[in-house]
Structure formats: C-alpha cells, structure tokens
Design a protein around this ligand. Structure first.
Ligand code: CMC
Length: 428
C-alpha cells in the first residue's frame, strides 16, 4: 500500500485501488472495480473486513472502547441527554434546539396510537407466543395499515414513516406484553414522556391509577439511549439490505427485528440473564467459566465478547452504573447482580478472556436492570428493538439518500457440483 493506493498483484498483473478515508478510523480500499478488472471476488464471511457503506451516524473504536453518535460520546449522551434528543440527533445530524426538540417530541407523540384494527391482529397469536415473534409480525403488518407512507421516493413519506415507526414501537411492544398476560391493551397517554408513556402502557391497568416512577423512567430512558444505534451491526445491515431493494420501511424494520432476535445479537440480553440465573450462586462460576473455555462445549459466556469491541464496551460501563443506581433505588438485592459482578471479575482476570479480548458487552448488565424494573426476560429483546428502531430508521434514511447506494447483492465462492445432465427418476 502506498500513498492513497493499494496495489494488488494477481498472477503477472497488478491492479491499483484507491484508498478512501473517513473523518476518523481506518481507511478502506475501494474495490468496486475489482471483479471487472480481475475476474475475482473477495471472500469475507461475516464481513469482518468489509465496509458495506459510508455512514455519518455512529463511530466505534473497538480497541479503545469508544462509541460516538454524530461525534458525541455515548457516556455523555447517556448521562446528559434524553432518548428523544438522541433520536433527533441520529435522524438529523445535530442536537436539537429547545424549540426543535419540543416540535419533534410533539410529532412523535401524535403518532403513538396504532390503527384500531391492528389490535385484532394480535388475537391471531397464541398467548404464550414469544413477544419477538409477535413483533416480527405486527411491525411488518404496519405496511398494510399506513399506505400513505410507503413510497420511499417521497422524502415527506419517508419522514412520516420514520416518525410513525419510532412512535408506534412502544405501543406495539406494550401490546405484545399485555397480550401475553391476557390484560387489556392500554392506550397511549400523550401527556407523558416517550418512556413514561411506554411504562404506563406496559404496567397500568384500567382499574387503577398509575404513576410513573421518575427514577425508573430515567433508567429506562438511559437504556434506550444505550441501544439506539450501533453502526453496521447485523440487524442494521439487515435493514439496509432489505431496504436496498426498495422494500417499504415497515417491512425493513420487521426484517431488522427478526435478525435482532438471535442470541448472538439482541437475544443475548435474555440469554445472559438466563445464564446468570442458571449459575445462581458465585461458587458455581468456575464451572461455567470452564465450560466457556472448553472447545468441545458450545456454551459461551453470554453478554461477553463483541465483534468490534476488543476492550470494555462503553455501554456496559453505563449499564452497570444504572444497575447500581436502580437496584439501590428499588431496594432490590438481586443475587443475580452479585453473580454478574463476580463473574465479570473472574473472567477479566482469566487468561482465555484476556487473550481473546473478551469483555462484558451491553447485554451483560441490561438484563439485571430490566428484571429489576419488572420486565420478564422474553421482553428484553423487544425493548432492544424498540430503542434500535431509531438507529434502523436513521440508517435506512441515510441509505435511501446515498447516491452510491445499490441493491445489496453479495457474491459467493461456489463449491457445488459443476453442470451435469438431468437423470430421470427411474434411472437414478
Ligand atoms: N464466551 C466464550 N468464548 C467466546 C465468547 C464468549 N462469549 N465470545 C467469543 N469467544 C471466543 C470464540 O470461541 C473464539 O475462539 P477461537 O478463536 O478459539 O475460535 C473467539 O473468542 C472469537 O470469537 P468469534 O465468535 O469468532 O467472534 P465474533 O466476532 O464472530 O463473535 C460475538 C462476536 C458477540 C457473536 C461473540 O463474542 C458471542 O457469541 N458472544 C456471546 C453473545 C453475546 O453476548 N452477544 C451480544 C453482542 S453485543 C449486543 C449486540 O450488539 O447485539
């Protein structure tokens, strides 16, 4: 590599490819002409060395444990901002003025209700359905209800769809929860904050008054901030890939939800708490550490390790702080939290985890906090999806307006049979 160019030698020929530089972070080699030049593709399962797009939203330095949204460090946003403000920032690129924030909140608030007929859609699900299964269905179904915001070539429709998605996710998430309990759905209360409204729709019943606990509201708002966006992760890439074909935004978000559900991604918060509960007491930690290190055992320490962070996930630091504060506030002494803290200390000193640079990620402590608030484990990933909708929507908008955007269409290294003639069934 020399002076803004990477040279590839292939056989007796060499090819030059331009380096592209971002504002910060590693350069990328622009290989868009590689196939035309060389008749060869690159091979990169899991996209570990591939930048799929240019983006101005979120920057991660995995070695230093830094996460920035539009340049602002996540710890500053978590401590000083609000989820609505971060949503505005991600969508629009700058922090809002007081007036801009108030207008934005007003717009989101006015979109919180869902079409009444959508309530009937829920009845098709079993009561014991996983709420993420319900979310995949109902979010995709939004495209059947809001035809006036599915033309992705119209910027106004894109904006309305974005606001609708951000506004309606808490309503749908709360409905999924209520449905599992057999309790009536609770309509949004637009006098409340985004997060306060979600808490009310989740925990109130029509027979009783409900008061939002400001500390729980603040803790949950912080959790939403910590999950709002995370660069080109699997679900965001899924949303972009689905959107690259011109699919409508509601369908794209449903695709993102489906991807997020997996235990290697958003499903890890549920898996992490289940694991901590299974460990139960600190004396059983060594047994689980040994299993995580055993190559013949598929068990992994859930909430540990990350594709990008090879240092402490800065979201985990903020989450641990929130866990401390909330458990104190609620007067909860959760043995699972003790197990988590002890497990973290043991793993951080263990050579296997040190060598592989495995640190706690955001999901390690989020389950403790969500469980203290009163959410069942099955709702954890739903809350992740609710918050990540902001990132998905912002990334989807960025993709649609990117002049370099093309339909996502990876190639492959074919290893199947070469061409052969069809054989009739009687002759096989
Ligand atoms: N426990 C034990 N070993 C691990 C773990 C773990 N949690 N994570 C990675 N390793 C080992 C892995 O076995 C591999 O070892 P070797 O090189 O000997 O084969 C090495 O570390 C590298 O792992 P990898 O699977 O190649 O790394 P990846 O970048 O493909 O995977 C990951 C990243 C997050 C999927 C993985 O660390 C993992 O499965 N962690 C547990 C699930 C989890 O907590 N996921 C939440 C991610 S953060 C929230 C989000 O963004 O969705």
């Amino acid at each position: 590599m020399a002076d803004g160019t990477a040279t590839l030698a292939l056989g007796d020929k060499s090819f030059d490819y331009k380096l592209m530089s971002g504002t910060v972070g590693p350069d990328v080699i622009d290989i868009r002409k590689l196939y035309a030049d060389t008749d060869a593709f690159t091979y990169d399962p899991g996209f570990t060395s591939t930048a799929s797009c240019q983006s101005g939203l979120t920057y991660i330095d995995g070695d230093a444990g830094i996460l920035l949204h539009r340049g602002y460090p996540i710890d500053q946003l978590a401590d000083q901002s609000s989820f609505m403000e971060v949503a505005y920032l991600l969508l629009n690129g700058e922090l809002p003025s007081a007036d801009e924030l108030s207008t934005f909140k007003g717009t989101i608030t006015r979109h919180t209700m869902v079409h009444e007929q959508l309530a009937q859609f829920f009845r098709g699900f079993r009561r014991d359905a996983h709420p993420m299964a319900i979310m995949c269905g109902v979010v995709g179904a939004l495209s059947a209800f809001y035809h006036d915001s599915t033309d992705i070539t119209d910027p106004k429709q894109r904006e309305i769809a974005s606001h609708r998605l951000i506004a309606k996710m808490p309503t749908l998430a709360a409905m999924a929860y209520k449905y599992s309990l057999g309790q009536p759905f609770v309509y949004p209360d637009n006098t409340l904050s985004y997060t306060g409204n979600f808490l009310k729709m989740t925990y109130s019943v029509p027979a009783e008054e409900y008061h939002v606990d400001p500390l729980i509201e603040a803790a949950l708002d912080k959790i939403f901030i910590l999950h709002a966006d995370h660069e080109q992760n699997a679900s965001t890439s899924t949303v972009r890939l689905a959107g690259s074909s011109g699919a409508n935004p509601f369908a794209c978000m449903a695709a993102g939800i489906a991807c997020l559900w997996g235990p290697a991604h958003g499903g890890a918060n549920e898996a992490a708490l289940n694991m901590l509960r299974e460990i139960g007491t600190p004396d059983r930690i060594p047994e689980f550490i040994a299993r995580a290190k055993n190559k013949d055992d598929p068990f992994r320490l859930m909430g540990f390790g990350h594709r990008v962070y090879k240092n402490y996930d800065p979201r985990a630091t903020a989450m641990q702080k929130t866990a401390n504060e909330l458990l104190d506030h609620l007067g909860v002494t959760d043995p699972v939290f003790d197990v988590a803290r002890e497990l973290e200390q043991i793993a951080l000193k263990d050579q296997y985890f040190i060598d592989k640079k495995l640190f706690p990620n955001v999901d390690f402590y989020s389950g403790v906090v969500l469980s203290a608030i009163g959410f069942p484990t099955t709702m954890f990933t739903v809350l992740f999806a609710l918050a990540r909708t902001v990132g998905w929507v912002a990334q989807w908008n960025e993709m649609i307006t990117d002049p370099a955007q093309k339909i996502g269409r990876p190639r492959q290294l074919y290893t199947g049979p070469v061409q052969r003639d069809y054989v009739e069934a009687t002759k096989r």
